[in-house]
Ligand binder design. Structure first.
Ligand code: ADP
Length: 495
């Protein structure tokens, strides 16, 4: 099988790289295996890509190690920044292709896919700016000593990303790792390998030295597990499910105690008070759950509405939801495309069935959309109770549950009654309520009068079982650096 294929999408025709990107070149896997990636809009294969197994992971890690000790160690910080800026420019130049690949491979609505590419290039450029601003401190102890710290790169970083934001997650991982002087072996999700491989060709174009970034396509249990347990990987950064996050932490503990950062699942509460601006709140609640077809780890899937506006809210939210355009991701007006895979489609449909069986009321949706592709109607449940599966488990689809509450204390307690703690939101026009509730919710991000607003300057990550560490912003730099203390004796003291 060849290493590129010409692919036609409804918006662009382009050359898709298919190989593993190792040591600056696209290559076939050692075992010669390939796997198909499926178009979720029509359920048909798009193309087959080369598959990495553990041996390929090992080759990629060796390339990353060589680059880390060699060329990258000798690349000045400002030059690392320049490479990232160049890469960001190339993302901008290739926005139409990258966005089309996302719509083809993931099913993401094209207008949203373009925003993802812009956010990805912004993230790369932002971390490019940090590259030459990373430094330690001098610390006074006594007149006989001179002490300073250095913020050194961790080394070879394994990065494992999910399928819900393929190109955006690529940039969140690669930006801070490269800015701080690390090298990378990144594994994409098996459902969506294509945009990362195209971005790998932009790595080549940007002139980033061979081995600094290695991109492999493959499965979690083989390639992913090989990264997590590799003895020469110094750190693993993972975004995905909590189940797999635990497995990665265990593999790290059992191998070389590599550093681990995890960005995992959520079951985020979205709280609307009586005094909220109703029209705004409905718009953000709708965006909070249905954006990216509900496939967001921070999706606002538990909606709590205060009793004074509950009936009005449910009615208006249903009306708003019905207006969401579901369909072909390549149509500019589409808001919601298909779910990513048959597996996800089946999982979500089984949650919908479980909600119905448990006695929840379907306000709208509750069924498949159309008869081809993995489309699901945006679905709202009401009449739910906290013990229902749809209230406890992450559904990762366009399905939410609305509950009524009376008091602030009651809703804070309900909002926090979950093992997750990724995000939450509060809608109110009272500043005091907003701040009190934001301070009381156990979540890594609390949005006030908005939802899903993410910026590369602002940290993102989870409390409780939603993760370890923070991505984005200055905070992410500390995940990719380790502090070395250097202590110099100035005087003549002896022991
Ligand atoms: P989802 O259930 O949403 O597909 P996963 O957590 O299974 O999310 O997948 C996220 C990423 O983790 C993917 O790149 C997948 O291949 C990878 N992965 C899955 N299982 C493992 C594993 N045991 N070890 C390492 N990576 C894994």
């Amino acid at each position: 099988m060849s290493l590129t294929q010409r692919i036609e999408t409804p918006s662009v025709t382009y050359d898709q790289p298919l190989g593993l990107f190792i040591d600056g070149k696209f290559v076939k896997g050692v075992e010669g295996k390939t796997f198909e990636t499926i178009n979720p809009t029509n359920e048909k294969p798009i193309v087959a890509v080369h598959e990495a197994g553990p041996e390929d992971v090992d080759i990629a890690v060796k390339a990353a190690r060589k680059a880390f000790e060699g060329v990258w160690a000798h690349t000045p910080p400002s030059a690392r920044g320049h490479f990232l800026t160049k890469l960001a420019d190339l993302f901008d130049e290739h926005t139409d292709i990258l966005a089309a690949i996302e719509s083809l491979d993931n099913g993401k609505a094209i207008s949203m896919a373009k925003v993802d590419v812009q956010l990805a290039s912004g993230c790369l450029r932002y971390y490019g700016g940090w590259a030459d601003k990373i430094h330690g401190k001098t610390i006074d102890t006594d007149h006989e000593s001179f002490n300073y710290t250095r913020h050194e790169p961790v080394g070879v970083c394994g990065q494992i990303i999910p399928w819900n934001f393929p190109i955006l997650m690529w940039s969140w991982k690669i930006g801070p790792a490269l800015a701080t002087g690390n090298t990378v072996v990144l594994k994409t999700a098996e459902q969506t390998p294509l945009s990362a491989l195209y971005a790998a060709s932009l790595i080549q174009k940007a002139g980033i030295p061979a081995g600094v970034v290695n991109i492999i396509s493959g499965f979690g249990k083989t390639a992913g597990a090989a990264i997590a347990s590799h003895m020469d990987v110094d750190k693993v950064a993972f975004t995905g499910s909590t189940v797999v996050g635990r497995a990665i932490l265990q593999a790290a503990a059992k191998s070389n105690l590599k550093k681990v950062t995890l960005e995992l699942g959520g079951k985020s509460p979205n709280i609307v008070f009586n005094d909220a601006n109703l029209e705004d709140a409905i718009s953000w609640v709708n965006f909070g759950i249905f954006y990216n077809h509900g496939q967001c780890c921070c999706a606002g899937s538990r909606i709590y509405v205060q009793s004074g506006i509950y009936d009005k809210f449910v009615e208006a939210f249903r009306e708003r939801t019905i207006q969401n355009v579901v369909g072909d991701p390549f149509h500019e007006k589409t808001f919601q495309g298909p779910q990513v895979s048959q597996l996800q489609f089946d999982r979500i449909m089984s949650y919908i069935e479980s909600g119905k069986e448990a006695g929840a009321k379907v306000e709208t949706g509750g069924a498949r959309h159309g008869d081809e592709g993995y489309f699901i109607q945006p679905t709202i449940f009401s009449n739910v109770s906290p013990d229902m599966k749809i209230m406890q488990e992450e559904i990762f689809g366009p399905v939410c549950a609305i509950s009524k509450f009376e008091t602030e204390d009651e809703v804070i307690k309900a909002g926090n009654e979950t093992a997750y703690g990724l995000a939450a939101a509060v809608h109110t026009t009272n500043l005091n309520t907003a701040i009190r509730v934001a301070n009381s919710l156990k979540a890594g991000t609390v949005w006030v009068n908005n939802y899903n607003m993410l910026s590369y300057q602002v940290p993102f990550g989870g409390f409780k079982e939603s993760g370890i560490g923070r991505e984005l912003g200055k905070y992410a730099l500390s995940n990719y650096t380790q502090v070395k203390s250097v202590r110099i004796r100035l005087g003549n003291a002896l022991f």
